[in-house]
Design a protein around this ligand. Sequence first.
Ligand SMILES: NC(=O)c1ccc[n+]([C@@H]2O[C@H](COP(=O)([O-])OP(=O)(O)OC[C@H]3O[C@@H](n4cnc5c(N)ncnc54)[C@H](OP(=O)(O)O)[C@@H]3O)[C@@H](O)[C@H]2O)c1
Length: 327
Amino acid sequence: MFAFMRAVQISRLDGPEAVEVVDIPEPDGDGKVVIDVAAAGVDFPIALQTRGLYQYKPNLPFVPGNEVAGVVRSAPEGSGFAAGDRVAALTPFGGGLAEVVAVDAQSVFTIPESVELTSAAGLLFNDLTVHFALRTRAQLLDGETVLVHGAAGGIGTSTLRLAPLLGAARTIAVVSTEEKAEVARANGATDVVLTEGWLAAVKGLTGGRGVDVVVDPVGGDRFTDSLRSLATGGRLLVIGFTGGEIPTVRVNRLLLNNIDVRGVGWGAWLFTNPGSLRQQWAEVEPLLASGRLSAPKPIVRPVAEAAAAIASLENRTAAGKVVLALR
Ligand SMILES: NC(=O)c1ccc[n+]([C@@H]2O[C@H](COP(=O)([O-])OP(=O)(O)OC[C@H]3O[C@@H](n4cnc5c(N)ncnc54)[C@H](OP(=O)(O)O)[C@@H]3O)[C@@H](O)[C@H]2O)c1
């Protein structure tokens, strides 16, 4: 006899408006940690999946969603988890936008008491990507300046929260609206500039020197200006392409100023370095527990608004990290 749960389902590739909230059987929890989901993160890859544009393309219909937070219902012996534990979990093969998930113990993390479940639902995917980006790929040094595009989004707000703790002396947020500028400030940006004329503003702010690291989840037509914004020895981190277009690099620009373009593929890294997920959490969790790293302050929407919530990422109206409340 199946128990049923509510879930957000993609059954045709017609964009966010076509997603449905459906009742489907709960997942099989055999050998897995079963979590009653309180809230689940909404990220840009989900918006891409609604049109079949993301690199990971499950067969239709499927439940999207890469991360959740909730309370453990049951866990296998020896897994390190027990019923009642407050946890966040990665659901790397989707399934997160649902009332119940069943996850391998290696993808489950106990969250500090001080972090609310709605915050925890928007935490792992972005914070651990940004931790990998700044620590491992950029090799950020103490005192450096970090610029982040799309600074009010998921990756953007994580960068603003984490960069100072990983050594940045200054963070510069690039955003498209005044409302998003407020979000960037609330997440700790040292300086905020609007996308219109951002390069000149950054040159002005840095006395013409430029920045040490650019975190770029946007790509598109601002990529070449991002190279121009780097100081000597600067690194541009390629994270994603919310701007739509995948840019190309004229490599003469790299030698002229001794700068680097570095790809950031967190998922690919975890695949080849499975132990690194726990190592990352071992660094990030104490920062959260001590309050040095603020918890995310997401926009929480009810599951009934799933279509609009996913659309707000695609149409760029989301001013902040978005999560769905499942209960
Ligand atoms: N490489 C990795 O390992 C990894 C891991 C996680 C996510 N990602 C990628 O990172 C990117 C960002 O994800 P996210 O969840 O942070 O997205 P998000 O919350 O929607 O934020 C993206 C930001 O991009 C900006 N943007 C610029 N042009 C846009 C456009 N045409 N449409 C929509 N947004 C636009 C928006 O800021 P403004 O309006 O202020 O410009 C928006 O706030 C995605 O491409 C995702 O696939 C990569």
